[in-house]
Design a protein around this ligand. Structure first.
Ligand code: PLP
Length: 438
């Protein structure tokens, strides 16, 4: 039996309709931006394995640091105990995080980093005897798959079965170009209404919504309004953190800084599962009390896992290297040139870029040609040896920073081919997914 068939017998995959999905691609090795499959094929990982990988797969430096940590201390309880990796990593994160962050709370992934921030925000008000009921979020946002994170995310088909279990959230429109004033008005009205604990947002780029982008100027305005009305602000930098937007954090583009920041994905360079929520002095102070009920009662068995922290420290070393910063600048430049070219082509509705993130949105009408454009584009990319996961009619690139100039050119070539498929200049068979199953 092949690995994929063995998988099919025992595994339940994320975001996968197990009845109709094609068999998974068995990956046996990774190196740089490349993934190698069991049957000898090579794929360029143009989506950084779900937006987590920064420096390439199986990076020798991260591997070495992780191995050293494994031989020294693999894990220790983090209540009443500490260890060098957690402390050093927190010190270094606070040095590079947006101004005003003073504490790091570790958890396991992006969703838990968001849960922690929401709990901090809600309890912040409780601890002061002025409980507040509402959270504000962007209508199309995505903050994770646990219940609190789902509650502050878009009410979409993905969460429909759970709607009645999600707490109420006041949604405002994403302030995309031309709609800025509307969002500002919506937020101002909510802020004046009172009873708002916090505003949570994906700064500059809403990933899962389809790499929807908006300007730092309008976000700065929104954060300022929150600060004027004593509303806590939570920057969910789970996707945008660690150089993705061209600066270390998307919040670095703003004058007004958040009260809390959520981190995961690139936090360990894509090596280990780890989440972190940072908090400002103001937030932290609200939990210091002789009354023990004011404690933040939250924690996970693997809080601040030393191996994950070691991976994070190693990834940070690599991120801050001059070569990596040059790679980030080069990717931005390459994207810019390609964006100009592709946006002139037919059936391309919009091209968006923020730093190393590039999104190409095909005409909505294109989807009517193919009932399953997404699957067609995905399978076209895989046939070309390029891993791109379209979000509906939107194709995007979030590469590991080590992707070479030539590899990135190959990704662009694949997107050019996709444009030809969408515009009908090129035929690509609709993937017959059912064939792959008995
Ligand atoms: C991916 C993501 C999350 C959730 O992170 P997980 O590690 O998948 O739980 C939260 N917020 C944003 C902005 C994300 O992109």
């Amino acid at each position: 039996m092949s690995l994929a068939e063995r998988d099919h017998n025992v595994i339940w995959h994320p975001y996968t309709q197990m009845k109709t999905a094609a068999l998974p691609v068995p990956i046996v090795r990774g190196e740089g931006a490349l993934l190698f499959s069991e049957d000898g094929r090579t794929y360029i990982d143009a989506v950084a394995s779900w937006w987590v990988n920064l420096h390439g797969h199986a990076h020798p430096y991260i591997a070495q640091k992780v191995a050293e940590q494994l031989h020294t201390l693999e894990h220790v309880i983090f209540a009443g105990f500490t260890h060098p990796a957690a402390v050093t990593f927190a010190e270094r994160l606070l040095q590079i995080l947006p101004r005003g962050q003073c504490r790091i709370f570790y958890s396991d992934n992006g969703s838990t980093a968001v849960e922690v921030a929401l709990k901090m925000a809600i309890q912040y008000w409780n601890n002061q005897g002025t409980p507040k009921k509402k959270i504000i979020a962007f209508r199309d946002s995505y903050h994770g798959d646990t219940f609190g994170a789902m509650a502050v995310s878009a009410r979409s088909a993905f969460t429909a079965p759970f709607w009645s279990f999600l707490f109420e959230v006041a949604f405002v429109d994403v302030p995309v170009s031309g709609k800025e004033e509307e969002t500002v008005k919506q937020l101002e009205a909510l802020a004046r209404g009172g009873d708002i604990a916090a505003f949570i947002y994906e700064p500059l780029v809403l990933g899962t919504a389809g790499m929807v982008m908006y300007s730092p100027q309008v976000l700065d305005q929104l954060v300022e309004i929150c600060q004027q009305h004593d509303i806590l602000t939570i920057a969910d930098e789970v996707m945008t953190g660690f150089g993705r937007t061209g600066r270390t954090f998307a919040s670095d583009y703003l004058q007004h800084k958040p009260d809390m920041v959520c981190l995961s994905k690139g936090l360990t360079g894509g090596t280990m599962a780890l989440g972190a929520t940072s908090a400002s002095e103001k937030v932290y102070q609200a939990f210091l009390h002789d009354d023990k009920s004011k404690t933040l009662f939250h924690g996970h068995s693997y809080t601040a896992n030393p191996v994950a922290c070691a991976a994070g420290l190693a990834s940070l070393d690599l991120l801050l290297k001059e070569e990596t910063q040059q790679d980030i600048a080069r990717i931005q430049q390459q994207h810019k040139t390609f964006a100009q070219e592709i946006q002139a082509l037919s059936h391309v509705k919009e091209v968006r870029q923020q730093g190393t993130i590039l999104a190409v949105e095909f005409e909505d009408g294109a989807t009517s040609y193919f009932s399953d454009l997404r699957d067609t584009l995905y399978s076209y990319g895989m046939d070309q040896g390029v891993l791109l996961r379209p979000l509906g009619n939107i194709i995007y690139i979030i590469p590991p920073y080590c992707i070479t100039k030539a590899q990135l050119e190959q990704v662009y070539q694949t997107i050019r081919g996709m444009q030809e498929v969408v515009s009908g200049q090129k035929q690509h068979p609709r993937p017959d997914l059912t064939m792959l199953h008995d």
